[in-house]
Design a protein around this ligand. Structure first.
Ligand SMILES: [Fe+2]
Length: 453
C-alpha cells in the first residue's frame, strides 16, 4: 500500500492511526471526555505553558520532569474549568515529559524547550482550517510525524470565532500537533468576527504580551530567528501596531544574535487569489520596511491556496490549505512564482544563514521547494538574501472553485517525485496492520481445523 493510500485510510478511518498506536505516539494513558485536552503554548528556552479545559470545575495537578536529569516540578491549578500553568527554570533544547491528571484521566506527552543561538530548528506553517474538519484532521496527523519544533497558524482557525464548540473542534483535530508542539496563532477575520475582540482566541492561546495589542500582535524569538505576528483585522495606516513593528524591526536589526526575520499576517500583501492584495498594508509602508530590514519571508492565508512570490528581495508565502474549501487563481500576480490551489502545509528548516522551505500536499508529494541564504555581511539587508533552487512553474488557473467537500488532493502536474519524511512511518503502520491481519487469519484457520469430539 502506498503512502497515498494510507493517507486515504487515515482520512476514511481516522481511528486507524490511534488503533495502530501511531498518531498517539507521545502517549495518553486514559482518554475520557475533556473539552480541551492539555496542549503546549509559549515555549521559550527556559519556560513553557500548559493549557486545558475540564468538563467541570476541579483542581488539577500538572507535573513536569526532565528526561535528561532528575529535575521535576508540580503545580496545582484550580478549582476552575480553564487551566493554565507555566513552568520556568528549564534548560534550553531539552526534553521534558508533562503529566496532567484530572477526573477525565491522565495525559502525558513530551515537549522540547526552544534552542539558543545558531542551533538548527524546524517549524511548520499552515492556515485556514476553518470547518474543513476531514482535511484538517488528516493534515494534523501527517504534520505530527514531522520532526518539527513549533507550528505557525496563519489564521481562520474556525468558521465562527464566537462559538466555543468550533474552537473545541479545532483543538480536537489539531491535538496530535498541539499536545507536544507550541502553536503560534495569527488572527484571521473569522476569529475576529463582528469586532468581538477575539475573546475566545485569547483564552485558548497563550503567547507573549509584548505589543499594544497583547497576544493579538506579538513577537517571539526561536534560535537565531525573530518572528513577528501582526493583525490585519486592525488598521495599519498611522496605527499603533505599525509603529510597534517598525520599532521591532529597527531594534532587531541591531541584534547580532538574530539572522532571520519572519512575519505572519492573515491578509497577504500580494496574492493571485480572488480576495486580492492587502492594499492598506502596502499603503502603510510596512512592507517597504520589511524589505528594508531584510525580512526573509511573510506567511499569510485568506485566499485558500498555496502561493510563493518574490518582490524586490521579499519572499511572500500564502499557505491557506489547512481544510477550508480551496479557491481558484483569479489572476496570476506578476510577482508570483508558484501558485497551486490545493490542501497542503509548509515546512521551514533554519540552519545558520540558510532557510529551506518545502511544501507538501496531503498525498505526501512535494509541491514547492526553495532555499534562501542570508549573506553574512548584510544579514538584515534585502539585497543580502540570495534565493536559490527556486523552481518557478507556470501558475495553473482552475476553471471553477473546487468542491468544498474535504478529501485528499490529487497531485498536480509537475509533482516532484520526492516523498515526505512521514512516508517511512506510514510504511511501518502498513506493515503493522498487515501482520495483525495475517495473525488474525492464521488464528481462525487453526481453530476451524481443530477436530471436534
Ligand atoms: Fe480569512
Amino acid at each position: 500500500m502506498s503512502s497515498r493510500a494510507l493517507i486515504l485510510l487515515f482520512f476514511l478511518f481516522p481511528g486507524v492511526a490511534d488503533v495502530a498506536g501511531v498518531a498517539d505516539a507521545a502517549g495518553v494513558a486514559d482518554v475520557a471526555p475533556m473539552p480541551r485536552r492539555p496542549y503546549v503554548q509559549n515555549v521559550t528556552p527556559t519556560a513553557l505553558s500548559l493549557l486545558w479545559e475540564t468538563a467541570r470545575t476541579e483542581t488539577v495537578t500538572a507535573g513536569l520532569r526532565s528526561l535528561s536529569s532528575s529535575a521535576a516540578w508540580k503545580q496545582a491549578s484550580g478549582p476552575a474549568r480553564h487551566h493554565e500553568v507555566r513552568f520556568e527554570g528549564l534548560v534550553p533544547s531539552s526534553s521534558y515529559e508533562y503529566t496532567v491528571s484530572s477526573a477525565a484521566g491522565t495525559f502525558r506527552a513530551v515537549v522540547r524547550t526552544a534552542p539558543e543561538g545558531d542551533q538548527p530548528f524546524t517549524f511548520l506553517v499552515y492556515g485556514d482550517t476553518r470547518n474543513g474538519h476531514g482535511v484538517h484532521r488528516t493534515l494534523a496527523q501527517v504534520m505530527a510525524f514531522d520532526d518539527a519544533d513549533f507550528v505557525i497558524h496563519t489564521g481562520d482557525f474556525v468558521s465562527d470565532g464566537l462559538r466555543n464548540d468550533k474552537w473545541n473542534q479545532f483543538l480536537e483535530y489539531s491535538w496530535p500537533l498541539m499536545k507536544r508542539l507550541p502553536l503560534y496563532p495569527t488572527l484571521g477575520n473569522h476569529e475576529n468576527a463582528f469586532e468581538s475582540g477575539a475573546e475566545n482566541y485569547r483564552q485558548i492561546f497563550s503567547v507573549p504580551e509584548n505589543s499594544p495589542y497583547p497576544e493579538m500582535v506579538y513577537a517571539f524569538t526561536w534560535g537565531n530567528s525573530r518572528f513577528f505576528v501582526i493583525d490585519s483585522n486592525k488598521p495599519f495606516i498611522g496605527a499603533p501596531q505599525t509603529a510597534w513593528l517598525r520599532t521591532q524591526l529597527r531594534e532587531t536589526a541591531l541584534d547580532p544574535r538574530i539572522r532571520h526575520l519572519f512575519v505572519s499576517v492573515h491578509h497577504s500583501p500580494y496574492t493571485s487569489g480572488p480576495h486580492g492584495p492587502n492594499q492598506e498594508l502596502l499603503d502603510s509602508g510596512l512592507v517597504d520596511d520589511m524589505r528594508r530590514y531584510g525580512v526573509d519571508m511573510t506567511f499569510s492565508a485568506h485566499d485558500h491556496l498555496y502561493e510563493r512570490g518574490l518582490v524586490e528581495g521579499l519572499t511572500y508565502i500564502i499557505t491557506a490549505g489547512g481544510g477550508a474549501p480551496i479557491y481558484y487563481v483569479k489572476e496570476n500576480h506578476p510577482t508570483s512564482l508558484v501558485t497551486e490551489p490545493v490542501h497542503h502545509y509548509c515546512r521551514v528548516h533554519v540552519d545558520g544563514d540558510r532557510v529551506e522551505l518545502s511544501v507538501w500536499r496531503m498525498d505526501g508529494s512535494l509541491l514547492d521547494e526553495v532555499q534562501l541564504i542570508k549573506k553574512g555581511s548584510s544579514r538584515h539587508s534585502a539585497p543580502g538574501i540570495e534565493v536559490v533552487n527556486a523552481l518557478p512553474r507556470p501558475a495553473r488557473r482552475a476553471p471553477e472553485p473546487r468542491d468544498p467537500s474535504p478529501g485528499p488532493a490529487r497531485p498536480g502536474p509537475g509533482a516532484a517525485e520526492r516523498r515526505s519524511p512521514v512516508s517511512l512511518y506510514f510504511g511501518l503502520v502498513v506493515i503493522f496492520i498487515g501482520l495483525a491481519g495475517c495473525l488474525f487469519l492464521l488464528f481462525f484457520r487453526r481453530r476451524r481445523r481443530r477436530p471436534t469430539t
